[in-house]
Design a protein around this ligand. Sequence first.
Ligand SMILES: *Cc1c(COP(=O)(O)O)cnc(C)c1O
Length: 381
Amino acid sequence: MNRIYLDNAATMPLNEQVYKKMLSVFESYGNPSSVYQTGREARKLLDKSREHVAKAIGALPSEIYFTSGGTEADNWAIIGAALEKGSGHIITSSIEHHAVLHTCAQLEKMGFEVSYLPVDSSGLVSLEDITNALKEDTFLISVMYANNEIGTIQPISEIAKKAQEKGILFHCDAVQAVGHLPLDVKALGVDMLSLSAHKFGGPKGVGALYIKKGTKIANLINGGAQERGRRAGTENVAGIVGLAEALRIANDGIEQKALETAKKREYLTDRLFGLIPNIKINGNLESRLPGVINITFKGVSSQALLIRLDRCGVAASAGSACTSGSLEPSHVLKAIGLSEEDAKNSIRLSLSNNISEEELYEAANIIASQVQEMRGVSGVK
Ligand SMILES: *Cc1c(COP(=O)(O)O)cnc(C)c1O
């Protein structure tokens, strides 16, 4: 069966070139902290990777800290800022990834105060709500660049400016944006920014936190002096090399690729609208990730639809991969005002820029026929 992968926001297939480069790194076993030849080789690979990643997002190499992924980067930024302060107030949005939300919930248990900003029906945070939420002791604002379920892109540079005016740290979970949209940390004005390799064709289990020079946050992982004494643990050298290589490839012609992907997204959307009545796109149509479509099929349970699609060779998901299997409707879809019913009848299709029009044509046909079959059974047309 021809498999069609429409879940790139959950993870992307490892780029072939990245894989080959990583293999060569696995062959040299050096520990970057060792002073002899093999160690020095590994150190060199690390340094080079750090330079690549820094350049790709407009940072200095000394501002890049490698982590075990996007989740750790988010945890470090938020817990690190909180531990540094000791007490106080954090502002975040109600549609963040669980790596941010559950971290904030843990801090609440420890006595910190957290405001979870509402979003409008398209998933946008408002600057006014941020201003209104500010308190005397607010020390951190954390808002994601682009939402992983509906793709909505937030006004990050404006939020960063507001935070800067007030002397508050600003962290941005840019895991869905890096490698998909051109992005420059200096132009954005963020203090911290999270990224993850497997969301742009790199390996799983490796990411990075950008920490602007001079930003004071406590360490999260303690031990050796790796990452300039701020993130301990022998480095995942092959993973880091893979991250840097994947980002280099993803960033090559990124604006063009984003345009192409958006075009494919529109093609698929148009096909679905042409074939299936009673459907609705969720998210902000003007400000959205190029590859993400979140769509409600009235009267069609997403869990059952996804199983049917899988049987037909189409891989997609309901919102985030992390919550699939749970019966709770997505917190993101609830936050943008969908009824529980509609939230449970919505799926996410996420494209990469190298999917073909033929695949999208076929995927639309499969989705349409499955939706129609299910509606026939449930009586909804
Ligand atoms: C995937 C994702 C994460 C988690 O990254 P991992 O590397 O999988 O830990 C965090 N935030 C967002 C927005 C994501 O999409």
